[in-house]
Design a protein around this ligand. Structure first.
Ligand SMILES: [Zn+2]
Length: 83
């Protein structure tokens, strides 16, 4: 299954959304398209639908997700965060 993400979706949410979609969608759409489009519905809502015919699979609430800033490049902060 291929997932297309709306450019508005924060990149740090993509792994979370991808996992949620893979867990929730077991079969491709009735139209035979196996591409899924995830778009930003509102600030806390991701709409997941068929890329081809637009049938909505589900909406994903993202308000409980902790958005962590991913540090760019190596720094001392990264080392201190490692376990
Ligand atoms: Zn479809």
């Amino acid at each position: 299954m291929k997932i297309i993400f709306d450019p508005d979706i924060p990149r740090n949410l993509i792994p979370y959304i991808k996992q949620a979609i893979e867990e929730a969608i077991e079969e491709p759409c009735e139209c035979g398209c196996d591409e899924v489009y995830a778009s930003m519905q509102s600030e806390n809502n991701i709409d997941v639908k068929c890329y081809d015919c637009g049938t909505s699979y589900f909406e994903l609430e993202i308000e409980e997700v902790e958005v962590e800033e991913i540090p760019e490049g190596p720094s001392s902060t990264v080392d201190s965060m490692k376990k």
